[in-house]
Design a protein around this ligand. Structure first.
Ligand code: FPP
Length: 253
């Protein structure tokens, strides 16, 4: 339910919000700036959304920072994204510690440059014990790639007799995804007017609510995030059931 203040009702808050941050390049183009300036401005939005999620008590926030497909961008852009990421991690570590936010990563992180891997490892270890909120970054991440890797693990376990094929369930698959142990996203947000999932959390977003906005990622901030949460709180999630099954009538009407 939306609250009267135009804010969000704690009971209707998603446990896990995942965001496809899109539109940095267009934001820069509109200003006659190089694309990398859009990414630089996008880092400010990352900070604003992380802060807001933490203040509200949302336990899981996942950001699609770099896709497997993004490796195909011009070398200079990839290099800038990697150095922005490294700078962000170094600069934000004290904030992550102060707010007890755990950093987590999904994707083929072994493909990242050594300088990024080294910082990541340090921050993953430094924030490991934080339980209040998990900030997950998708880095060299793609949903199909993640599913292929999980299938390979299962196939090799089956080949060595450690799992019977008929014992392979949705839970067993989920346990071998990069997101093992995390709840599925309740809400997926995509900015910049694109209406696609773009290989993001394909398995996990099966029952997610989607909120799309035309706002370009560098212009996205607390107000836009609160609005998405408000929209989410008004959705009726049925998980394939009828309305009556999913929401039995309450006593108060
Ligand atoms: C999409 O915009 C955005 C990205 C590919 C990267 C997102 C990266 C950041 C916000 C900065 C670094 C990340 C962190 C977590 C500090 P686009 O370039 O596809 O925009 P366009 O569609 O307008 O070209």
């Amino acid at each position: 339910m939306p609250s009267h203040k135009g804010g969000t009702d704690a009971a209707a808050l998603p446990r896990h919000v995942a965001i496809i941050m899109d539109g940095n390049g267009r934001w820069a183009g509109l200003r006659g700036l190089p694309r990398v300036e859009g990414h630089r401005a996008g880092v400010r939005s990352v900070r604003a959304v992380v802060e807001c999620a933490r203040e509200l008590g949302i336990p899981y926030l996942t950001l699609y920072a770099f896709s497997v497909e993004n490796w195909g961008r011009p070398e200079a852009e990839v290099e800038t994204l990697m150095s922005l990421l490294r700078e962000f991690l170094i600069r934000e570590l004290p904030e992550l510690v102060r707010h007890r936010i755990r950093l987590n990563v999904i994707g083929e992180t072994w493909k990242l440059p050594a300088a990024v891997r080294e910082v990541l490892q340090r921050i993953l270890a430094a924030t490991e014990s934080h339980a209040e909120m998990t900030l997950t970054l998708g880095l060299s991440y793609a949903g199909r790639n993640e599913i292929v890797r999980a299938v390979r693990k299962l196939a090799s376990e089956a080949a060595s007799g450690n799992i019977q094929p008929e014992k392979i369930t949705e839970e067993e698959i989920a346990l071998r995804l990069d997101t093992a142990g995390m709840p599925d996203p309740d809400l997926v947000i995509r900015t910049s007017g694109e209406l696609r999932i773009s290989n993001f959390l394909l398995w996990q977003a099966a029952y997610a609510e989607f909120v799309f906005t035309d706002v370009l990622w560098p212009d996205y901030g607390k107000a836009e995030f609160l609005h998405a949460l408000e929209v989410y709180s008004r959705r009726h999630r049925r998980f394939g059931l009828t309305t009556e099954q999913a929401e039995p009538p309450s006593n108060g009407g």
